[in-house]
Design a binder for this molecule. Sequence first.
Ligand SMILES: NC(=O)c1ccc[n+]([C@@H]2O[C@H](COP(=O)([O-])OP(=O)(O)OC[C@H]3O[C@@H](n4cnc5c(N)ncnc54)[C@H](OP(=O)(O)O)[C@@H]3O)[C@@H](O)[C@H]2O)c1
Length: 298
Amino acid sequence: MSGIGTKPSAANEGVNIKSKAFCIIGNPIEHSLSPLMQNAAFRHANLNYSYIAFKVPADELQGAVESMRKIRMAGFNVTIPHKVEIVKLLDKLSDEASLAGSVNTVNNENGQLVGYNTDIDGVLEPIEKRISNFNGLNVLILGAGGSCRAALVGLARKKGINTISIFNRDQSKLHRVIRLGFDLNLNCIPFKFEDIVKLSEVSMKSDLIINTTSIGLQGEKSPVITDFIRKDTVVFDIVYKPINTDLIENAKKAGAKIIFGYEMLLSQGYKAFEIWTGMKAPREIMKQALFGIFGEPK
Ligand SMILES: NC(=O)c1ccc[n+]([C@@H]2O[C@H](COP(=O)([O-])OP(=O)(O)OC[C@H]3O[C@@H](n4cnc5c(N)ncnc54)[C@H](OP(=O)(O)O)[C@@H]3O)[C@@H](O)[C@H]2O)c1
């Protein structure tokens, strides 16, 4: 029986032979908005699928993946801190996940666990909405982790980018990312995160600034400040909670164009839904699940 005002759908039928289970694994996981977004999409598409979140600490990843196989989990998302570690536990990788060396979406294809990286589309899609010509573009990236790798693979699809300056604390991680950039034919330049003078200089010259660190998540101040952001620069903070991070506030004060982190969350989620179902993602429904009746923040 369906409740008042609810549309009867396969999702109301309860568990049966057509049911499929999906999940997200990570630690911490409490903040994840993926269950909200994916369950709304499954319901709208009349699929008897459900999606939940599991807290899986780093030292339990292998056991968790083995369990997914045993219970024939149809697919799952992977988040901090497992995106790189999971690579070696899967049966196959898409070409781009293999290039990025990280996976955020796994699909069970006839018992084989296949890894994809939908963060690549997740980063690129919102950028493409603001920038159509990448010729001569100067890019600044903060951080050299999994999301930086996804950003590089995405940007490599675009021709004509001039420089990508990458600032990171851990120098060995930074140099591995520079190596990836080299393999992708991108002109990446390494910088020490602590070199604030250089950061301000590069920031002034950048047409696109992307924060791929977790700075902002706990309300931390961004090292990229208003005085060194140009009005015609596009500033993208991939941190989505809070929506208005310090970097987004600085960019707003500078009059720059901004890209919110939730835009990446949505784009990577659309792509994951499409991999799992073979159907087009109900984008508006997924967006509404995040923002409800109040609509998208500005
Ligand atoms: N919007 C979305 O859909 C979306 C998707 C994926 C990720 N994210 C968010 O993006 C962030 C990064 O994710 P990830 O998977 O790329 O993580 P990751 O692989 O662990 O990389 C994190 C990077 O941030 C740097 N970093 C962390 N804290 C820092 C600090 N206090 N000062 C300077 N650098 C710092 C690290 O530097 P070191 O190398 O020096 O440690 C590393 O380069 C997370 O907050 C995550 O929630 C958002």
